[in-house]
Design a protein around this ligand. Structure first.
Ligand SMILES: [Zn+2]
Length: 62
């Protein structure tokens, strides 16, 4: 087994793992997360499927 993994460009539209629709768009939403102590919070970007609205991933917002 090799330690290397090849990085290739995807040529097909990605598919939602929940509803299996082809994703030609991904919905994003800025979400404020409160930690509940010391009034701490962070902003993240939630990426979701526009068909079933299930969350596909998150990204920290800098
Ligand atoms: Zn979906």
């Amino acid at each position: 087994m090799s330690d290397d993994l090849e990085f290739i460009e995807a040529t097909d539209d990605p598919i939602c793992p929940y509803c299996e629709m082809r994703l030609t768009q991904i919905a994003y939403r800025h979400q404020r997360l409160n930690f509940g102590f010391l009034s701490g919070f962070a902003w993240v970007v939630l990426l979701s499927c526009p068909h079933c609205r299930k969350v596909l991933g998150t990204q920290s917002r800098s």
